[in-house]
Design a protein around this ligand. Structure first.
Ligand code: CLF
Ligand code: SF4
Length: 309
């Protein structure tokens, strides 16, 4: 059965007052990641979230979170106050800025107090801007209500497997409220919190994108199942991303997938859910339109370099 993005938008409308739903629909049309036709709009990442609660086998914490961004570039980490002043500078220069997002350099919810304060400060300055965050999903049940209260309309959750046996190969460990869980146990808690959070947010009208890191030989045979499951739980679209192997990690030798193979998997999943084909696997401090990064124009070195944390 084809689950059309129009149908997802209609569900959002049915689950909210008409005016809230229309606002979310308008915001989605101007969100360059959620809507390919919004390519003329710019997004700004505020790198305020350095911490993480899980250990992915493709992650080297010297770099940005691979669930949303590409490796090889360390980001500075800003305080909430620094993120506000950077936002004001960027907005004054980029009149097409429509979205402010937290995509690391760790996990937006592992550093939730910093994420929350930054959004609150920016919202006071500009109540119309769209807020977006990206997370591994472990702490969604803790913060899902606050995410909605904050007015975050777009959330990305990385879900790489819907079978804990496969997840156990992907996650070295999960630190859940201080309990260090490994293998199927860790992957199982992570999965259950991801799906609970997705279900809650989607039912509350938040537009949810699921990122899936495609790891050849580990979850490549399982992608369609992930897409079907997250569609059932209310996801708006999936973004199947190729793993970019990082030195010094257990997955450093995983073979690269070609663009052709990747697109053919995305096309196979298209009947179940809207697919993203234009992700740039951008930095945690990216600024500008997706294909034209302008972050260098705004780097003032007032934050902390991640490689020194
Ligand atoms: Fe940033 Fe992500 Fe929001 Fe976009 S990025 S938090 S949804 S505003 Fe976009 Fe960049 Fe791909 Fe992410 S191109 S890595 S999908
Ligand atoms: Fe690294 Fe991101 Fe995974 Fe955390 S969620 S371990 S920062 S890739």
């Amino acid at each position: 059965m084809k689950i059309d993005s129009e149908v997802k938008i209609m569900n959002i409308i049915n689950n909210n007052s008409e005016s809230v739903a229309r606002t979310i629909e308008e915001k989605t049309k101007k969100h360059p990641c959620f809507s390919q036709s919004a390519h003329k709009y710019a997004r700004m990442h505020i790198p305020v979230a350095p911490e993480c609660t899980i250990s992915c086998n493709y992650c080297n914490r010297k770099y940005d979170c691979l669930n949303e961004t590409r490796p090889g570039v360390t980001s500075e980490v800003l305080t909430p106050e620094q993120s506000l002043s950077k936002f004001i500078r960027v907005r004054d220069k980029l009149t097409n800025l429509s979205v402010v997002g937290v995509a690391g350099p760790g996990d937006a919810l592992a550093s939730f107090s910093r994420t929350k304060k930054s959004f609150q400060l920016i919202k006071k300055e500009d109540p119309e801007i769209t807020f977006c965050l990206s997370t591994n999903g472990l702490l969604l049940p803790d913060y899902q209500e606050e995410i909605i209260k904050l007015g975050v309309s777009h959330v990305t959750i990385t879900i790489n497997a819907i079978d804990p046996e496969i997840g156990a190969y992907i996650y070295e460990q999960v630190d859940y409220h201080g309990d260090i869980l490994q293998g199927k146990e860790g992957a199982g808690i992570l999965l259950s919190n991801q799906l609970e959070g997705l279900n809650y947010l989607a039912a509350s009208g938040v537009v949810c994108k699921i990122n899936i890191v495609l790891i050849k030989g580990v979850n490549d045979h399982h992608i369609e199942q992930v897409v079907k499951t997250v569609s059932h739980y209310g996801a708006f679209m999936t973004n199947i991303m190729p793993l970019i192997p990082v030195e010094g990690t257990p997955f450093s030798d995983v073979p690269l997938i070609s663009k052709k193979e990747l697109n053919s998997i995305r096309q196979r999943c298209e009947p179940y859910l809207k697919q993203m084909y234009h992700c740039q696997q951008c930095r945690a401090d990216a600024i500008g339109c997706l294909t034209q990064d302008r972050s260098r124009e705004f780097t003032d070195n007032c934050g902390v370099n991640l490689s020194r944390l």
